[in-house]
Ligand binder design. Structure first.
Ligand SMILES: Nc1ncnc2c1ncn2[C@@H]1O[C@H](COP(=O)(O)OP(=O)(O)O)[C@@H](O)[C@H]1O
Ligand SMILES: [Mg+2]
Length: 234
């Protein structure tokens, strides 16, 4: 469904991502692991169109999308849950969800999907008319996921969703991700929380300083000593 070929991202003289190949097949969970500075966020920003690419190609359902603006990629079914959630804290919970659906043209359908999100997250339903700033960190992350869901995405990309959350909330978040995936949503999951990510993913890639150093099933990666190296800083 998503194919990344030879992708390179540069910031001036810094190469954040070098010649990366990666694919997310339909309905799969693919994780991208790596320490700080490995190029994980640069990858997701390049995929959604927030960072220009210096080389390579991004194909979505067979079509090259890397020259299209972010808004068109979202319309085509890509969604990004950015690092640090980036919800609009001065807006209400409900308005945050509506922002996720701004490009959609069937208000009745969007209203049904927002209702479905409230059923899934009763905490959000209770606070729908309160400012998002009154939510806990975990609830804010659920809101960020909800916002990506109402964008009508078929591939959700998440940038370190577990960051700053307690172990119990992380476990609930990952249960939710598995459930969404069972419903057909493909996930590209960027994490530093290797164990959680590998516990749900079908396959994983490990980046180090912008280059892929390993790729395989969770079982293969867990058995790979170089994976440890990437986390211990080599
Ligand atoms: N806007 C930017 N300008 C310059 N350098 C950047 C920018 N964003 C990221 N970088 C650099 O690119 C590299 C990869 O960063 P990033 O993609 O954020 O990695 P990760 O998300 O894995 O921590 C790092 O060396 C980082 O300092
Ligand atoms: Mg990052």
């Amino acid at each position: 469904m998503l194919e990344v070929e030879n992708l390179t991202v540069r910031y001036g003289r810094i190469t954040a991502l070098a010649e990366l190949d990666l694919a997310v097949p339909e309905g799969r969970i693919v994780t991208v692991l790596g320490a700080n500075g490995a190029g994980k966020s640069s990858l997701l920003k390049a995929l959604i169109g927030l960072t220009p690419i210096a080389g390579g190609a991004i194909r979505w359902k067979g079509e090259a999308i890397h020259r299209r603006p972010a808004s068109e990629r979202v319309k085509a079914g890509l969604a990004l849950v950015p690092e640090g959630r980036r919800i609009l804290v001065s807006m209400t919970v409900e308005d945050n969800l509506k922002v996720g659906a701004y490009h959609r043209d069937d208000p009745a359908q969007v209203a049904r999907e927002i209702d479905a999100i409230y059923q899934r997250f009763p905490n959000l339903a209770e606070r729908r008319f309160q400012k998002a700033s009154c939510l806990s960190g975990g609830e804010q992350q659920m809101l960020a996921v909800g916002r990506a869901l109402v964008s009508g995405s078929s591939l959700m990309m998440l940038d370190e969703p577990s960051l700053g959350l307690s172990p119990i909330i992380i476990a609930r978040l990952f249960e939710l991700l598995v459930e969404l995936n069972k419903g057909g949503l493909a996930l590209l999951l960027v994490e530093q929380n290797t164990n959680m990510a590998l516990s749900v993913a079908h396959e994983g890639h490990v980046l180090k300083l912008g280059r892929k150093i390993a790729h395989g099933t969770p079982q293969q990666l867990l058995a790979d000593a170089r994976l440890q190296e990437a986390y211990l800083g080599g």
